[in-house]
Design a protein around this ligand. Structure first.
Ligand SMILES: Nc1ncnc2c1ncn2[C@@H]1O[C@H](COP(=O)(O)OP(=O)(O)OP(=O)(O)O)[C@@H](O)[C@H]1O
Ligand SMILES: [Mg+2]
Length: 431
């Protein structure tokens, strides 16, 4: 097949010598083109010819000694599927020619009406159109190959994901079983120890010496701490496994914040630090899980108390339209800039010991962040060492009521910290 459109190789399928000569002559002397015409008088000859030469086009009379009508076109196409065919027809059998065009022949020409221009234009057009069709077919099959490749990849990914999901579900359910067992196994002996301490405290077995009383205080403090750690660990595990569900109900956000702050008032007074809540006079009704929001506030105010030795803690509640915001600002030790990006991660602690000397678990803020996000909200922090910290969060007033089944928060610890003195003026933050 010629790459150069000016050098074209034509297979002329024509058993009538006069017609063949006529076509040959008409193709001669075309401006800028050179047609090399090979004549086959039967389909059998055509088969041999296409086996030996790569033709650019075939001009075919459909009525041959060894094949007639449409069958000639069909057999020719089978012999050389990529060869463009222009049907040459007599006046009377144009019907077959039309059918051949419907089946893929490029054109048909009536022999008695052939002219040089008509023939050359039809041949060139047939070649071009066939090339276009071939290119389209090539692109199409490439596209199909790409689509099947991608589909296979996607199927593979989907299968892998399904497997992963199934495995994860299995692991989650194993984890849940483990958690409830651990919860039971740890809480039960702990409550027995607490009971024993409380009996000693009530002097049931008899009076205690000063030294025994001191040991009892240490034991009680550490048992309480152990209880908090167990609860925190179980709570974060529950949150992470998605088994903790929210109990949404309407309540006054500002009032809840004020109530939690009130629980810290005595501790703040003893430390000599200021503690105030700034909120509007109007109630701020929201739909959320009050226990969770209480936990969030306890963690944030508890931290502010724990890490503020002097100065003040200001809790600001703001109505932000569809959301409510609460910012807890303190004048405490602050958090080193390098640590701030990790402040909501589990077990990240940036101070060797809180001013009280009591060490937390490093889970409070991780739990807090999760609880805020479960409400569709966000939390942020800003801090400067020696200046203070600001922790703020926003939650929608009306969270879509998705998960309303009960969650076991019965063992949640109350506020954890009460603190000693020190500190200066507050750092600023923005959502
Ligand atoms: N208001 C704050 N001022 C200074 N440092 C803070 C403040 N809040 C948190 N941090 C730092 O971030 C760390 C992580 O806080 P987080 O509440 O998660 O843990 P924790 O208070 O140490 O322990 P717990 O699990 O009992 O809450 C703290 O140990 C402290 O170093
Ligand atoms: Mg904390």
């Amino acid at each position: 097949m010629a790459n150069d459109l000016t050098q074209l190789s034509v297979l002329l399928l024509e058993d009538v010598a006069g017609d063949a000569r006529n076509v040959r002559e008409l193709l001669c002397g075309a401006d800028g083109y050179c047609f090399a015409v090979s004549v086959a008088t039967t389909l059998a000859e055509a088969a041999t010819a296409v086996g030996m030469t790569a033709f650019d086009v075939c001009l075919a009379d459909l009525n041959l000694p060894d094949s007639r009508g449409l069958e000639t076109y069909a057999r020719m196409q089978a012999l050389a599927p990529h060869l463009p065919v222009v049907v040459l027809t007599g006046y009377d059998d144009r019907h077959f020619a039309t059918l051949a065009v419907h089946r893929g022949a490029q054109d048909y020409l009536v022999k008695g009406q052939l002219t040089h221009d008509l023939l050359v234009r039809s041949v060139l057009y047939a070649i071009e159109r066939k090339r276009g069709e071939e290119e389209l077919r090539r692109l199409n099959s490439r596209l199909n190959a790409i689509v099947s490749e991608r589909t296979a990849e996607l199927e593979h990914i989907v299968k892998r994901l399904e497997l992963e999901i199934a495995e994860r579900a299995k692991a989650e359910s194993a984890k849940d079983d483990f958690l409830s067992r651990v919860s039971h196994e740890l809480r039960l002996p702990l409550s027995i120890i607490k009971e024993a301490i409380s009996l000693l405290n009530d002097r049931v077995p008899g009076e205690l010496t000063a030294r025994q009383e001191h040991i009892l205080v240490v034991a009680r403090r550490n048992v309480n701490r152990l209880g908090r750690i167990i609860n925190d660990l179980l709570n974060i595990a529950k949150i992470e496994s998605g088994t903790l569900e929210l109990h949404l109900e309407p309540f006054d956000f500002g009032a809840l914040v004020a109530d939690v702050a009130e629980d810290f008032a005595e501790g703040a007074r003893r430390k000599g630090i200021g503690l105030r809540v700034c909120r509007g006079p109007e109630p701020l009704p929201i739909q959320a899980d009050p226990q969770c929001i209480e936990e969030v506030m306890m963690n944030l105010i508890g931290n502010a108390m724990k890490f503020t030795a002097a100065g003040h803690i200001t809790i600001t509640v703001t109505d932000c339209g569809h959301e409510v915001e609460c910012v807890v600002a303190d004048t405490g030790v602050g958090i080193p800039a390098a640590g701030l990006p990790r402040v909501f991660e589990k077990f990240e602690q940036f101070h060797t010991a809180a001013a009280t000397g009591e060490r937390g678990t490093g889970l409070g803020l991780a739990i807090t962040k999760n609880l805020v996000e479960m409400h569709g909200g966000r939390i942020w922090a800003d801090s400067a060492v020696g200046v203070g910290s600001r922790f703020g969060f926003r939650i929608p007033k009306n969270r879509p009521n998705r998960a309303l089944e009960s969650a076991d928060w019965s063992g949640r610890p109350p506020v954890r910290n009460t603190m000693p003195p020190g500190g200066q003026d507050g750092a600023a933050t923005a959502p």
